[in-house]
Ligand binder design. Structure first.
Ligand code: FE
Length: 257
């Protein structure tokens, strides 16, 4: 199984700090049935910058260490880039790194509490240039929770999305869990990944999430997510059902008036 979003590279961001941390995360990943991870350190998020060359070097190093430690896990390069005004030039100048380098899938992270006005245009411009933007963890964006129609618009216009395993299991609270389910039910997501940062507070949770998905939506939904992660790594087209708008919550009138 492939995990396409993970902060396992040591010392680059708020994920693994040391190589020992990385190896501990790797062992947890293997115990969850993961054999391949796309390492996606933060980039341009105001705190961390990790351009293409930095990521490629760190991935090579971690793969060597995994070999020495006999841990059956392969790391592919990737990046989690925060949306910003120069995103397209970053892609053109190749400081921004598509997932597994040549897949043309690019992670786009929104700020946690807003959606910049230029988001839709930027997602469109990326596609015109032949890239396939994947919005990471839309379920954790406060604005999208309030205005889920924006998410529908983005997916309707060709963007993909990736939800977090721990959102499905309730780790981020009931609201985010509920919104995660609504996103799945409206065909507004294509991928699920751990976004693991460590082995404790932000671990993998992948098996638990798949168990929840199987209970709620059946084994075909698990298969859909597992296969799509593979398609991302291979640079193939993702499976996707036609997106639907999320119905607004009914307002309560009367006693709460
Ligand atoms: Fe992340």
């Amino acid at each position: 199984m492939i995990d396409i979003h993970c902060h396992i590279l040591p010392g680059l961001d708020d994920g693994a700090k040391t190589i020992e941390d990385s190896l501990a995360m790797a062992r947890q990943a293997v115990s969850e049935g993961i054999d391949t991870i796309i390492a996606t350190p933060h980039h341009r998020n105001g705190k961390y910058d990790n351009d293409r060359q930095t990521v490629l070097k760190a991935v090579q190093h971690l793969n060597e260490e995994l070999n020495l430690a006999h841990i059956p896990l392969t790391i592919f390069p990737g990046q989690e880039t925060r949306i910003h005004g120069d995103f397209l030039s970053g892609v053109e100048e190749a400081t921004i790194l598509p997932l597994n380098e040549s897949s043309n899938y690019i992670f786009v992270e929104l700020p946690s509490d807003q959606v910049p006005r230029y988001t839709k245009q930027m997602l469109f411009d990326l596609q015109v240039k032949g890239y396939k933007p994947i919005i990471v963890h839309p379920e954790r964006n406060a604005r999208l929770i309030q205005e889920p129609d924006s998410l529908y618009q983005f997916v309707q216009s060709g963007a993909y999305t990736q939800i977090t395993a721990a959102s499905m299991t309730g780790r981020f609270g009931k609201n985010i869990q509920k919104f995660t389910q609504q996103i799945i039910e409206a065909n507004l997501t294509h991928l699920i990944a751990s976004d693991a940062h460590n082995t404790t507070t932000r671990g993998f949770c992948v098996q638990h999430a798949y168990q929840e998905i199987e209970e709620n939506y059946g084994p075909s939904m698990v298969y859909y997510f597992v296969e799509n992660a593979k398609f991302v790594a291979e640079g193939q087209m993702l499976a996707a059902d036609p997106p639907e708008p999320i119905k607004k919550k009914k307002k309560l009138f009367g006693i709460f008036g």
